[in-house]
Design a protein around this ligand. Structure first.
Ligand SMILES: *Cc1c(COP(=O)(O)O)cnc(C)c1O
Length: 364
């Protein structure tokens, strides 16, 4: 039997490895996907229930109410926004629009799991630039990796899975070396958690008007707690955004997702409270782990990184055999990302790791 053959770059795609969910028999502590541990804002569930009564109807294809609300929130024209089914889709559509087949897409590595997959889906070639030893982007090396084939550069700040944010100064120095013809995607999925005043802020980069080739990506999946609903967006100059909007799958933002996002935006206090709690817990977890002897890069996200190399599996095992098991996100042979959860969940991690890396029982 012969089957239709896919494009070779699609056949070669690596699978996306999602955070572990555990099996149905035990309720694990899920610190594997950088989710908000607090429930969404109180109005969100009502908005979902209300919208649910009319899901026999198509959503508003223009997503008008959410465009209006986000334009007001960011002080931009609606034409400067592209709302998508999660910001992963915004990245994908930006690559469809700008990363021609055969062109090169430069990003840091290790960074977000989805970047190489989305790049290859667009038919472009991923160029991975290793992080610095302190787990930060090597922006000099990324600028040096630009060739005449480079179409898009991605900067993830704070970087998933390692945590550090790029500084505004570093980003400016980097942009000075990037040709205007190269699109720069600044992925700010974790922007709400950034506490370092020196960190780059996409909104300020856009407002300066200095870099018309920068598009900023934001999401409702992390701080707003709507990961299950899939809403994200891109912000940039209208001329750069229009081709991204042209690639959006029609009706891909559901009516339920739009209503929930509006309800979340109507209660920014709930998000601010959840973020403040997570940032305080992040400080506590980083301090506790460091005091126990773990090497933890500065995290500006809702997660911490332990770059354990070969001992990564031992860490996963240690946390996975607790009762209840604590699920984290390992990257085999490199390290593991542990999301910041609720206080008692973080306590379980700190208690299990109190003896430091030596307790993993090898070359520490
Ligand atoms: C979680 C995450 C996203 C957001 O994904 P959604 O599709 O909006 O759920 C984007 N970029 C990075 C780096 C992330 O970690």
């Amino acid at each position: 039997m012969t089957f239709p053959q896919p494009r070779p770059e699609i056949a070669a795609l690596p699978p996306y490895v999602p955070g572990a969910r555990g099996d149905a028999s035990v309720v694990p502590v899920k610190l594997s996907s950088n989710e908000r541990p607090h429930p969404p804002a109180p109005g969100v569930a009502d908005a979902i229930a209300f919208a649910g009564e009319s899901v026999n109807r198509y959503p508003d294809m223009a997503v008008s109410r959410l465009y209006e609300a986000l334009a007001a929130k960011h002080g931009v024209d609606q034409a400067q926004l592209a709302i998508t089914g999660g910001s992963v889709a915004a990245i994908g559509h930006a690559l469809q629009a700008y990363a021609a087949p055969g062109s090169e897409v430069v990003f840091a590595w290790r960074s977000f799991e989805a970047y190489p997959i989305l790049t290859m889906q667009a038919g472009a070639t991923p160029v991975r630039v290793p992080l610095l030893l302190d787990a930060r982007h090597d922006l000099d090396a990324m600028a040096a990796a630009i060739t005449d084939r480079t179409s898009v550069l991605m900067v993830c700040s704070p970087n998933n899975p390692t945590g550090p944010a790029a500084t505004a100064e570093e980003f400016e120095a980097f942009m000075a070396k990037v040709p205007d013809s190269v699109l720069v995607l600044l992925d700010e999925a974790y922007l709400e958690y950034v506490a370092d005043p020196a960190a780059v802020k996409g909104a300020e980069v856009l407002a300066s008007g200095d870099h018309p080739n920068v598009v900023v990506l934001r999401t409702f999946s992390k701080a707003y707690g709507l990961a299950g609903l899939r809403v994200g967006y891109a912000i940039g100059p209208a001329e750069v955004i229009a081709p991204i909007r042209a690639c959006v799958t029609p009706f891909s933002v559901s009516s339920v997702a739009e209503s929930a996002a509006l309800a979340a935006l109507a209660d920014e206090q709930s998000t601010a409270d959840a973020v403040a709690d997570t940032v305080a817990e992040r400080t506590r977890v980083m301090a506790g782990l460091r005091a126990a002897g773990w090497d933890v890069p500065d995290s500006q996200g809702n997660f911490v990184w332990l770059g354990l190399g070969d001992r990564t599996a031992a860490l996963v095992e240690r946390l996975g055999t607790l009762d209840p098991p604590v699920l984290i996100r390992p990257f085999t042979g490199e390290g593991a990302r542990i999301s910041i959860g609720a206080r008692d969940e973080n306590d379980a991690v700190l208690a299990a790791l109190a003896d430091g890396p030596r307790a993993l029982g090898d070359d520490a």
